[in-house]
Design a protein around this ligand. Sequence first.
Ligand SMILES: NC(=O)c1ccc[n+]([C@@H]2O[C@H](COP(=O)([O-])OP(=O)(O)OC[C@H]3O[C@@H](n4cnc5c(N)ncnc54)[C@H](O)[C@@H]3O)[C@@H](O)[C@H]2O)c1
Length: 376
Amino acid sequence: MGDKLLRRWRMGLIGGGPGSFIGPVHRLAAEMDREIELVAGAFSSDPGRSREAGAGYRIDPDRAYASWSEMIGRERARADGMDFVVIATPNHLHLPAALEALDAGLAVMSDKPMTATLAEAVALAARAAQGARPYRLTYTYGGYPLVREARRLVAEGRLGSIRKIVVEYSQGWLARPVEAEGAKQAGWRTDPAQAGAGCIGDIGVHAFHLAEFVSGRRVARICADLNTLVAGRRVDDDCNALLRFDNGATGALVASQIAVGERNRLHLRLYGERASLEWRQESPNTLSIRDLDGTETILHAGTAMGPDAMAATRLPAGHPEGYLEAFANLYRDFARLLGGEDNGLLADAHEGLRGMAFIHAAQTAGGAWTDLELPA
Ligand SMILES: NC(=O)c1ccc[n+]([C@@H]2O[C@H](COP(=O)([O-])OP(=O)(O)OC[C@H]3O[C@@H](n4cnc5c(N)ncnc54)[C@H](O)[C@@H]3O)[C@@H](O)[C@H]2O)c1
């Protein structure tokens, strides 16, 4: 076996401290296929909590750092230093952490949204374009086998040309002002300085990415109605948007975090000239295709899928895979990318910038139709 196959890429995690949500998910997902290992981290802005997290992850205590700057500097000096950083902090830290890593010649896997503001994303995209090392984003839902299969079916014309796209992402966990009660995940998400945007940036951007990823179409225009329904909240917590795609297809995007009773309701429907498809994140292992004659075909993960979707499936059909495996698919793609193989399915800086342009357009157009334009 050659060195390339034996190589495990060394990861440094920024964020993922005690009590955090997504950092530990990155760790689990990255290590699932044994192509990556967590070796270092700046897990918290508090050095003691960073050390505590490092012990929990069972890494060398000397490699649980007090800050990402210290981690980048000290890891560079090691022969076995990390190969890439993962950014899983609140949004306002995505830009400075990514710039420092790219400047040090490290690859970056960042969580979404790319940054807190569009201006920051422009700066980061420019820097990523100059760098020799990859910059990619974890848009989780692009990692599901049946999402990849849906993308393939659309690309090969199974639905005919796409006429309408409806995407909904509803959650209910911010239906009350839990940020005032000390809920960690709600605190920074409802602080404009740390989050940049509310619901539209937290989950609306996932829905936006999913619609573009599966349809292969680009949102060209948007008319968004952003609302704050919980009194005293400083960011949007509910959004309804009309979309117009580059091929003339119409669309609607609903994102809400005050939808009482909804857990993680991400639903996608695409309507073409000949057929439609539907995928639901909470039942991710089936995909419905409905034809003009009224027949409905239900595809099951692991059964008769194309190569990208089969490659994203680890178990025989009927053995449910879900969120962690989808996340792990992003990391397997990333590991292969570091080794020089790019399947083109991971979101890059350009996709990140599109997401930020979407958020910005929704925030600034005051409910009017506006072009979704990428700044030069
Ligand atoms: N891909 C997804 O589906 C998904 C899901 C959840 C969150 N996210 C994104 O992940 C990011 C984190 O979200 P979360 O819910 O895990 O937040 P969280 O509040 O649970 O965790 C944030 C972590 O960052 C750490 N941190 C803060 N400042 C730091 C610093 N200066 N240096 C090092 N660590 C620092 C905190 O200590 C904490 O451990 C956000 O950008 C969010 O949008 C993505």
